[in-house]
Structure formats: structure tokens, C-alpha cells
Design a protein around this ligand. Sequence first.
Ligand SMILES: Cc1cc2nc3c(=O)[nH]c(=O)nc-3n(C[C@H](O)[C@H](O)[C@H](O)COP(=O)(O)OP(=O)(O)OC[C@H]3O[C@@H](n4cnc5c(N)ncnc54)[C@H](O)[C@@H]3O)c2cc1C
Length: 509
Amino acid sequence: MAAVEASVSPRIVIIGCGIAGISAAQRLFSHGYRDLTVVEATARPGGRIKTTEFGKGLVEIGANWIHGPSKENPVFQLACRYGLLDAEAMSEENQAIETKGHPPYPPVSYSSSGKIISFDECLPVRQLYESILAKAGEQRFRTGNGPAASVGEFVKTEAAEEMKKWRNVDKEKTKLNHAVLNTLLKLECCICGAHSMDHVGLASFGEYESLPGLDCTFPRGYHSLIKSMMKPLPKDIFSFGKAVHCIHWQGSFQGNSSSGRIFPVLVEFQNGGKLQADHVIVTVPLGYLKHHYRTFFHPPLPSAKVESIQKISFGTNNKIFLEFEKPFWEPDCYYIELIWEDESPFADVKLDLQKDWFRKLIGFTVLQPPEKFGHVLCGWIAGYESEYMENLSDDEVLNVITQLLRRFTGNHPCSSPKKVLRTKWHNDPYTKGSYSCPGVGCTGDNIDVLAEPLPAVDQVVHMPLQVLFAGEATHRTFYSTTHGALLSGRREADRIIHFYTAEKLNSKL
Ligand SMILES: Cc1cc2nc3c(=O)[nH]c(=O)nc-3n(C[C@H](O)[C@H](O)[C@H](O)COP(=O)(O)OP(=O)(O)OC[C@H]3O[C@@H](n4cnc5c(N)ncnc54)[C@H](O)[C@@H]3O)c2cc1C
């Protein structure tokens, strides 16, 4: 741990107190930087890590799992160091399992005609889907010269070709295969946070890197990680309820103290306050940037940065928690899948949100064990339907889902939920969606451009690195995850640390 030895220590403002912002603060603090402020628009730390009470236990409004909990994953490393995981999650066996981000257990599949469809009945189409998805991630498509622009188009073209060759498949079975394929594409929309897989770019899809390990949760909530990360940091570096309105850079701003220091950056808050800085690390979500980049920076961002903000998608994936008096599912059930038998990815359907929003609900994960959570299901819904759902009342949602469950379970007497809790990430003014995903026409280079600091070190200016960019959307291979966000915060902190280390070396030469 090297302490910074500048005669006056640089003033660094971190915007956003999510995991990216906190990890940047941790890194800088551990290297001796003391003039740090983390400003956060809301009244709480954590951002898209948010744990709350529901049923008998805790539920996650934002991040749920450590994706790929194994040695390479820095969130897993921290969670182990802080003693936040149970023994099973930390076991070598758990760390060796590969799921590629998909639910590890076979689902219990209910159909819209109220039947349970056995997993084996549709195994060939599930296997076909998996193999096509693996192919979609291959290196050869990364140039953007693949056979289709989007993952959705690619899956549909390949599946149609392959399914033509299947013999002894009658009309009914073909219909069911199409319905299952459609369900799997909807699940992928939740994983990617996209409205449709037709909106997810094939060229960059394969850049996402999955780590080994069976996804695990935090027994005391994801928020226990945020608390542990903040604990060693001085409380007074955090400032809540401070929404930034505009970052003025390339300037000469007089500091408030008598030292007469001049700073290149001025952070202007929505409530009118101001804070001068040498460096600002911006960790606000891409959804926020998409809405505010025109007024959030002065002078405005360079066009390449704007292009990246526009090309990288930021969609919505929401959860609907339901509590039941008694379960209608079996005790060993982990995931309930809903298959609409009349749907097909090959059909052209006009979107009618009011009439059909609930069709996008892919199913439910079962919160296990019931002794800890009560009888609670977590429904998943992505895309425009998810955004539409946010504006309905709890009663409307509860009503629609009760009818839906009655239909799919064949009127099981326990299928009426008694309580509902929904996430509303699209309406959150400081997030405006759930997580990032490369859209059609987007490449990994767009993500790197978003992560570039302004001005860069090699540009001849009086002060480089005035505005730096972190947050999940700036990580080329781990975007959309907590570990991607954490690494991005460390990356930008290191950029500042290296700059001052190099400067010190140069001054000694
Ligand atoms: C429903 C859902 C499920 C998820 N599931 C998982 C999962 O299982 N596993 C996983 O790894 N990841 C998951 N994620 C993604 C993960 O939560 C994020 O990638 C990660 O938390 C992002 O961290 P961040 O620090 O980049 O951004 P954030 O946590 O969003 O932090 C940014 C902060 O900036 C603040 N801010 C915004 N505007 C301003 C402003 N003008 N002034 C001041 N502050 C501002 C925000 O309030 C916020 O606190 C999920 C996300 C969602 C929404």
C-alpha cells in the first residue's frame, strides 16, 4: 500500500454510491488518497444492490446472485473475505460448476392449457437452443460480419433450418417446440435486460465472459456486501441526497478555502450547491446518461462517447415477488416456467401492451427454503411489457397474475398469491432501467470508448483525467454484473493512482 505523496493531495469526487463508486473509493483510500467525496442522489448506498424484507425473509430488489462465484470473481473474493457466504457457496465443488448464466435446475413447465409439460418431452428443442446460443457467442461473429445482425435473428434462422430436418414430428409437437423456443428467447431477454433478442447485437454478444461457479446468494442479503465494503471508509466521505446536475470540466474554478487553489472541474448539484475537484469519477447508470448526457456535461461529451451511449442498450428486467399461504409447487421445485402454447418466435405479433403485457412473464424462481423465506415466488419480466407493468397498481398486477396462475396450474386451489412486491427500475429516476447490453450495431469498442477518461493522459492539456467513467456498462466483458461494476471502479481509481505515481517518478528524473 503506497501513500500518495503529492504536496497537495488531489481532490476526487465520485458520483454514485453503487458498488462501482464504493470500490473506487476503497481503492483510492487504501492508496492514501484522503480528499475523497462520494456523492449519491438517493438517500441510501448500494444503487442497484438493494435488499428489503418480504414474506418471512429478505428479497433482492436489484442484484440477486454472484454470477460465477469462483476465484476469479472479485465479488466472490470480497464476500469470502468478509465471511458473507455459506459453506456450500464457498465449496470447491460449487466453484467448478458451469451454468453460463442460465438457471441450473430443470424447470417445472406449466402450459397455458393448464398442463405440466415434462422436461424430457421438449429436451431436443432445449438442446438445440443451447447449441445455437453457444454458436452465437463464437469469436467469428465479432467482426459484425455474421449471418445475422441480432442474436434473435440468428437463433430463429438456425433453429428453423435445423428443425426442418426433424422427422416424425407432428403438427402439435411442432407447435409445442415453437412455444418452448419462444419461452427460452423470453428468458434470454431477462438475462440480457432486453425487450427482444432481435435488439441484441450478434457482434458483441460473445464478448460477455461467464465465470465458473454455481450462482449463489448472500444469506444476509446482497446489501451485506455494501455494508462490509463501506465499513473501513470514513463516514464523512459519503454524502447522500446530493444529485449532480452538471459536471463542468476544462475550466479554472477557484476553491472555497484560503489556499487559492484552482480546480479544473466543478460539480454542480441539483439543489444549487457546488464542489470543485481535480478528478471526477462518474458511475451513474447508462440509463441515466442516456437521458441526461446533453446537460450533464459542460462542455458536452465528444461525439464518439455520445455514439457509445446511444449504441449500448439499457433495458428493463423487473421482478414480481408473490407470497402464498400454501405452495402449489412441490418442495424440490426451484424454477417454474410458463409456456404459452399459442406463441412462436416465427410469428409476427403486434405488440398490445394493455392486453398482453403478462405474456412476457417467463415464470418464477422459488425462494428456497420456505423456512427462511415463507412461500415466496419471484417472477421475471423484461422489456416494454415490464416497463408497462411498472405503471399498473399492485391490485391490478395481483389480479392478473392470480388469473394467470389459475389458468396455468389448472385451477390449483393454492394458486392465489396474497401479497405482491414489484421492482420498478425503469421508473427509477437515477437508473432508468436495469442493466446494459450491447445493441445491434454495437461492438466491444463502443464499451471501451465509454470507459475512456476525458481528457486522456496523452492529450496535451493542463490537467488530464478530469472526468473518468466507471459502472457496469463500462466493462467490456463483465457488463451488467456486480463484479463488472466493482472492477470498473477499481480500474478508474488505478488510472488516477498510476497517473500520480508516474508524475512523481518523472519529477525525480
Ligand atoms: C433487477 C436486477 C437484477 C440484477 N441481478 C444481478 C445479479 O443477479 N447478479 C449481478 O452480478 N448483477 C445483477 N444486476 C446488475 C447489478 O445490480 C449492477 O450491474 C450493479 O449493481 C451496478 O453497479 P454500479 O455501481 O455500476 O451502478 P449503480 O448501482 O446503479 O450505482 C450508480 C449510483 O449512481 C447514482 N446516481 C445516478 N444519477 C446520479 C446523479 N445525478 N447524482 C448522484 N448520484 C447519481 C444512483 O442513484 C446509484 O446509486 C441486476 C440488476 C437489476 C436491476
